[in-house]
Design a protein around this ligand. Structure first.
Ligand code: FES
Length: 147
């Protein structure tokens, strides 16, 4: 972990080495990862449709596809691409929260954890239904904290 030398107001945190799609937790924040042409892409692991995780679903080209109802989002920007069978397309239109990612010298991925990213995750936690289905899905999707 090191302070952001580029002055973007955050801390770079090492994620896991990545092949295809992966879901990781960094500093208590769930993040979905992928690579496009070898370059890492990352978003907050929360589909705005029903606030369920994208999890470790591999990218479909340059898109994240939610495994629950098939909403699609641009993996580079998080912008909404298609509703699939989403129950709340209006919510999906907000898109995903992008997370800055880079490949480090060891070939694994660093993620920039910013105040804004923390605030987005806190907002998700507040609006997320207190439904055990959601947390169970998150825990299944990645190395989520068990407490
Ligand atoms: S939860 Fe993602 S499309 Fe419904």
């Amino acid at each position: 972990m090191n302070r952001d030398p580029e002055g973007k107001g955050g801390t770079w945190v090492r994620a896991l080495p990545s092949g295809g799609g992966e879901a990781v937790w960094v500093e208590g924040i769930p993040v979905a990862l992928g690579r496009i042409d070898g370059k890492p892409v990352a978003v907050l692991d929360d589909c705005p449709d029903e606030s369920l995780p994208l999890g470790a679903s591999p990218l479909a080209g340059d898109r994240f596809v939610c495994p629950h109802h098939g909403a699609t989002f641009c993996a580079r920007t998080g912008s909404f691409c298609g509703a699939g069978r989403a129950r709340h397309p209006d919510r999906c239109s907000q898109g995903l929260v992008p997370v800055q990612a880079r490949t480090n010298a060891q070939g694994s991925i660093d993620l920039l954890v910013t105040t804004s990213l923390r605030a987005s995750w806190e907002s998700v936690r507040r609006r997320r239904p207190t439904c055990s289905r959601n947390m169970a899905a998150w825990r299944r999707s990645s190395s989520a904290p068990r407490n």
